[in-house]
Design a protein around this ligand. Structure first.
Ligand SMILES: Nc1ncnc2c1ncn2[C@@H]1O[C@H](COP(=O)(O)OP(=O)(O)O)[C@@H](O)[C@H]1O
Ligand SMILES: O=C(O)[C@@H](O)C(=O)COP(=O)(O)O
Length: 418
């Protein structure tokens, strides 16, 4: 294994695995830390953790264990993947995990770059934009678990890390890899260890990737991983293999616990031409609605049936005010995990999940240990084979076109050569 990745959620990890796979690396996504060794031909390994919203110390412990496993597989470089919208709170978990990995690897000049131009995330003057609006005006200020109320990544990261936060501006990035290297060295000389790097275009990410050649640790969104495989390819270390994708026939069901603007629009459009059932948060939390009721409904329904708890910010606030943020999230995630378990037991072969934490709960609930990367459905969302008779797609809340669910069902069902 050449490149070892630690992802802080499951959708984000499949997004990253998709990016690396498209760049020709034979990539495998693992759910948590595998028990045994990776297969010898794996070039990039993504250890997916559900560590974005847990206690910071637990996130550090799990990430260090993942690091140990990846280093034991021979990885030369480590990539810590978090969300392209930098989902975190003043307590963590991006800063504490980045600090711990930097210390363990004796890494300095640690790039912090959540940019993902393919999905409209860019960084300029240290500020994160989602398309043409600042992060804090993009809808992410209303995120149920990690409300992003400040778009300045330097300022958002500072209380999370014990190191000084530096910055490499667009003027250096646009001047290319050598200028970026120079700017990183200057920040290092100034005592900065975690360095936010501006990026506007995929071309910038390629230059940042080149500047990162040989650095032990890089952190960022999946976008910045775009430029890493080329460093290994230059040394003739990548197989550039093409894989075939075997779609599944059979029933496809969609589950959504994401409350993002993008998912709510997808739910709305999908519900117009497919059976859909709302899962009211309060009914789940208070035990009035049972998973088997929803499963029974989904299994009977035609088309691509959808069960969703996705709700607008006012409704989410109300539920959280009544039951608490953690209790609401735990109850809903547990509910969807149980629904997924029962669906698969009843013969569903194609499962679509929307929402990072929701998808994480489903993947853990189904005990899916290894995910094989298939074709891309929409930017950042690959089809995944999870077992002999099960294919899944784990959609990040923010991703996907309005007709995502129907498109995903089509991709999961078709066989192709990538
Ligand atoms: N109606 C609701 N009220 C309160 N919380 C909700 C509701 N629906 C979903 N949630 C919770 O909000 C969180 C959404 O996070 P996630 O699944 O990661 O979506 P995203 O990818 O959009 O961030 C989950 O913990 C989920 O259980
Ligand atoms: O970078 C991204 O936006 C995604 O890869 C990601 O991490 C998604 O997180 P969720 O929105 O919680 O699914």
């Amino acid at each position: 294994m050449l490149l070892g990745c630690i992802g802080d959620d499951f959708t984000g990890s499949s997004d990253l695995a998709n990016t690396l796979s498209k760049q020709g690396m034979r990539t495998v996504q693992y759910t948590g830390i595998p028990n045994g060794n990776a297969e010898a031909d794996v070039e990039a390994g993504v250890v997916a953790l559900k560590s974005r919203s847990i206690d910071p110390q637990d996130a550090v412990t799990q990430s260090l264990a993942a690091l140990e496993w990846l280093l034991a597989q021979g990885c030369e470089q480590i990539f810590f993947k978090y969300c392209s919208t930098f989902d975190s709170t003043p307590e963590g978990n991006i800063g504490p995990v980045a600090d711990a990995l930097a210390l363990a690897l004796d890494a300095h000049k640690v790039i912090v770059c959540p940019a993902f131009p393919g999905t409209g995330r860019s960084i300029y003057h240290g500020h994160l934009f989602v398309k043409d609006v600042l992060l804090s005006e993009s809808g992410m200020q209303n995120h149920p678990l990690t409300p992003m109320t400040d778009p300045d990544i330097r300022r958002w990261l500072a209380p999370q890390t014990k190191f000084e936060v530096g910055h490499v501006g667009a003027e250096s990035v646009l001047a290319g890899a050598d200028a970026i290297k120079g700017a990183l060295a200057a920040e290092h000389a100034n005592g900065k260890r975690l360095v936010v790097v501006d990026a506007l275009r995929d071309a910038d990410l390629m230059e940042i990737g080149e500047a990162a050649d040989g650095l032990p640790l890089i952190t960022g969104g999946s976008g910045v991983a775009l430029g890493l495989p080329r460093n290994f390819a230059r040394r003739g270390l990548i197989s550039q293999n093409t894989a075939t994708w075997r779609g599944e026939t059979g029933k496809c069901v969609a589950l959504s616990g994401s409350c993002s603007n993008a998912t709510r629009a997808q739910v709305e459009l999908h519900s117009r031409s497919n059976p859909s059932i709302e899962v009211p948060a309060a009914d789940v939390i208070e035990g009035r609605l049972l998973p088997e009721t929803v499963v029974h409904w989904l299994v009977q329904a035609d088309g691509i049936p959808l069960a969703f708890s996705s709700a607008d910010p006012a409704a989410v606030k109300e539920v959280q005010a009544e039951f608490g943020r953690e209790r609401s999230a735990e109850a809903l995630e547990g509910f969807f995990a149980e629904v997924a378990r029962q669906l698969v037991r009843s013969g569903v072969t194609k499962l679509l999940t929307a929402g990072g934490e929701t998808s994480g709960a489903v993947v853990e609930g189904l005990d899916l240990t290894t995910l094989e990367i298939g074709p891309e459905i929409d930017p950042g969302v690959p089809a995944l084979r999870a077992g002999n008779a099960l294919v899944v797609a784990l959609k990040s809340g923010n991703f996907g076109a309005p007709d995502y669910f129907e498109k995903a069902a089509r991709v999961l069902g078709a066989s192709t050569t990538q």
